[in-house]
Design a protein around this ligand. Structure first.
Ligand code: TYM
Length: 359
């Protein structure tokens, strides 16, 4: 691994189990890019705290995520893999950046608004009933403010810190993270303007297919690893039979044409999954199925999914037996990351005027 390569960085929250959305939107690209970059992959446990966690489960899940990363093709010999909370500097840099972040910018984040809405609160309603920029917690305001922790709001600043702490050039993510990446770029530019050139301005890498895999049960919603409806999500460790059942029960649309179209979110979703799994263009698949029905199409999607996930599942199961290998991979990743994080954090502290630590 050469330090001269451009830096690639990404991470996933250890909530639930990795799903095919994470695989196609993120991990598949990480694997493909890891060799050409100086690659850094985090299990972002500090982000997971924005949702209530069971401590024993969170601890167990973090190591399981390392196994899942490696099972999806990340190679600890080629990439640095570590757990975010093991490296000191993420929260510290986030604090510095948060002092450069106007509250309004955070309140405008789509994910924040979605998460608050999921907690059952109406947000952003202006008097004229249109969406506004500010989160106003209309109705049950007191209860809303008590349930929405401030981490949920400041979370994108922590994500910016994760990226800038290693001066990443490229951040491969799914479509839903694009807005957070924009904020990160703005914060890097703002810091550079105020305190002189310090951070590189990172670019997002969002793949053409697979960047927004939708729920199998409600294809107008994003597939999520923490969906309560287990049939809505294909997990990377799902057994072939489960995958068969989930795709068989996936919502399709009226009519029987296999065509990507905004009126046909179910079929469009299955088409994009198949395209991303096989590296085929959607029009080519549409052409192939022009005289065939949903049944046959679903069978092909099912087989492609099973075959793509089979090696991932097998590797994951064998890695969970090898805790010492996982820990040694983490140890290497953490020690490299900590040195680099200290280097950037010290530079930041110097620039903002903090006194040098006595040696
Ligand atoms: P998270 O944990 O929600 O998702 C991890 C990655 O998976 C992608 N993804 C999807 N892609 C396609 N279809 C879907 N249905 C789908 N669901 C999720 C996400 O876009 C993401 O790339 N804030 C981040 C984690 C993070 C991070 C970072 C990422 C923290 N620090 C620094 C990059 C760099 C998040 O919550 O991702």
């Amino acid at each position: 691994m050469s330090d001269k390569k451009p830096v690639l960085l990404s991470g996933i929250q250890p909530s639930g189990h990795l799903c095919i959305g994470n695989y196609l939107g993120a991990l598949k690209n990480w694997e493909a890019l890891q060799e050409s970059y100086d690659s850094i992959f985090l299990v972002v446990d500090m982000h997971a705290l924005t949702i209530k966690q069971n401590p024993a489960e969170l601890r167990q899940r973090c190591l399981s995520y390392v196994a899942q990363y490696i099972a999806c093709g990340l190679d600890p010999e080629k990439s640095h893999i570590f757990v975010q909370s093991h490296v000191i500097g993420h929260a510290e840099l986030a604090w510095v950046l948060s002092c450069l972040t106007p509250l309004g910018e955070l309140q405008r984040m789509t994910q924040f608004k979605d998460k608050v809405a999921k907690l059952g609160f109406k947000v952003n309603e202006r008097e004229d009933g249109q969406e506004g920029d500010e989160v106003k917690f209309t109705h049950s305001g007191a209860r809303a403010q008590a349930s929405v922790n401030s981490g949920l709001l400041s979370y994108p600043v922590l994500m910016a810190a994760d990226i800038l702490l290693y001066n990443a050039d490229l951040v491969p993510v799914g479509e839903d993270q694009r807005q957070h990446l924009e904020l990160c770029r703005d914060l890097a530019q703002r810091f550079n303007q105020v305190y002189s050139e310090t951070f590189k301005i990172p670019s997002a890498f969002v793949s053409k297919t697979g960047a927004r895999v939708m729920s199998l049960a409600e294809p107008t919603r994003k597939m999520s690893k923490s969906d309560k409806n287990q049939n809505a999500t294909i997990f990377i460790h799902d057994e072939p039979d489960r995958i068969r059942k989930k795709i068989a029960s996936a919502v399709t649309d009226s009519g029987n044409e296999i065509k990507a179209n905004p009126d046909k979110p179910g079929v469009t979703n299955l088409l994009s999954i198949l395209a991303a799994l096989t590296g085929t263009e959607i029009p080519e698949i549409e052409e192939k199925f022009s005289d065939r029905g949903y049944g046959e199409f679903k069978e092909v999607v099912t087989e492609a999914t099973i075959e793509a996930l089979r090696p991932v599942r097998e590797k994951y199961l064998s890695l969970t037996e090898d805790k010492s290998y996982l820990l040694s991979a983490l140890k290497d990743g953490t020690s490299v990351a900590q040195k680099r994080a200290y280097r950037i954090l010290s530079k930041v502290y110097r620039k903002i005027g903090f006194v040098e630590r006595p040696r």
